[in-house]
Design a protein around this ligand. Structure first.
Ligand SMILES: Nc1nc2c(ncn2[C@@H]2O[C@H](COP(=O)(O)OP(=O)(O)OP(=O)(O)O)[C@@H](O)[C@H]2O)c(=O)[nH]1
Ligand SMILES: [Mg+2]
Length: 212
């Protein structure tokens, strides 16, 4: 049994990653990804999601419509071994005490942590979130999400490598080792040619970390 915690700053896509994973399980697509196998959703809890007022749906992906107050949770089971795993995704707005409580709780009960970063937000601000998290395992995983935002960028690989370097440095100062980077897209973005590949990475990441 693995408890995975998805941690990261506001709006980096933690809840979207979790929803994407559930979609792969519900549709059976989880069997077709790299390292895939049949898994069943046991339980989902997205009840801690609050709708924000004034959500204008026109520019859906840039307009935040919901925010996680109480941690989202998904329990799933591997069909062959019957092992169950839980994924938790607390909110990122730690300026709210109730959300911060969720982050602290999950950071303590998680046996594996995925630190989620997004390509559309200032990296220093995203690091600041992690300064408030005190309990960390020695080894963590990193998801760099919203890869679609670099879809037409000729310097995509250089930018990713630079970001990976900064993230590795940041955590190594706290004696935390980055085990692996996953580059993801947690939404079904129209007009993004490689969307399937990077959606698949969401499923592959969670599967790889839990099924070991
Ligand atoms: N373009 C793009 N948008 C994304 C991606 N993943 C998530 N989003 C969008 O980013 C916004 C925030 O997503 P959430 O999943 O709610 O982020 P979160 O990290 O759970 O936010 P909090 O829980 O409030 O901290 C939403 O509008 C999502 O549609 C992605 O891969 N690409
Ligand atoms: Mg969320």
């Amino acid at each position: 049994m693995v408890n995975i915690g998805l941690l990261g700053d506001v709006s980096v896509g933690k809840t979207s990653i979790l929803r994407m994973f559930v979609r792969y399980l519900n549709k059976g697509d989880i069997e077709n990804v790299e390292g895939g196998k049949k898994c069943i959703v046991v339980k989902t809890d997205f009840s801690g999601e609050a709708t924000l007022p004034g959500g204008n749906k026109e520019n859906k992906l840039n307009e935040k419509e919901t925010k996680t107050i109480h941690p989202n949770r998904v329990v799933f089971r591997e069909d062959d071994t019957n092992k169950a795993h839980t994924i938790f995704a607390p909110g990122g707005d730690v300026s709210r005490a109730v959300i911060k409580m969720g982050v602290i709780t999950i950071s303590r009960i998680a046996t594996q942590i995925i630190a989620v970063f997004a390509l559309d937000r200032d990296i220093e601000k995203q690091f600041k979130f992690f300064n408030d998290v005190r309990f960390f395992p020695e080894n963590i995983y990193i998801a760099i999400n919203k890869l679609d935002l670099l879809k037409d960028d000729p310097n995509r690989n250089e930018k990713l490598e630079e970001l990976k370097g900064k993230i590795t440095d940041f955590f190594s100062k706290r004696k935390i080792n980055v085990k692996e980077f996953f580059i993801t897209c947690a939404e079904q973005i129209e007009g993004f040619e490689d969307v399937q590949t990077y959606n698949d990475h969401v499923a592959e990441m969670i599967l790889q970390i839990s099924v070991k």
